[in-house]
Design a protein around this ligand. Structure first.
Ligand SMILES: [Zn+2]
Length: 76
């Protein structure tokens, strides 16, 4: 296991992240670009709502699944 534990992106939260929220702001990002936020179980809904109301949210994936599909050899 890596020594760097992924931590929830919510303000002030130090909980271990379980979810990845993939998002894109069409005003500043190209359509295929994905920004990611990490979320613990508790903040997943809060953070996805924040992105959802702005129309930024693209995907919510378990961190384990995200890491397994995001291989270094993946083409952009
Ligand atoms: Zn959290």
């Amino acid at each position: 296991m890596s020594d760097e534990t992924p931590i929830c992106s919510a303000k002030g939260c130090r909980a271990e992240a379980v979810w990845v929220l993939a998002w894109n702001n069409p005003k500043i990002h190209t359509p295929e670009r994905r920004k990611t936020w990490l979320a613990c179980e508790e903040h997943r809904e809060h953070l996805s709502q924040f992105l959802g109301v702005r129309g930024f949210l693209k995907d919510v994936v378990l961190l384990k699944e995200w890491e397994s599909q995001d291989s270094p050899s993946r083409d952009s």
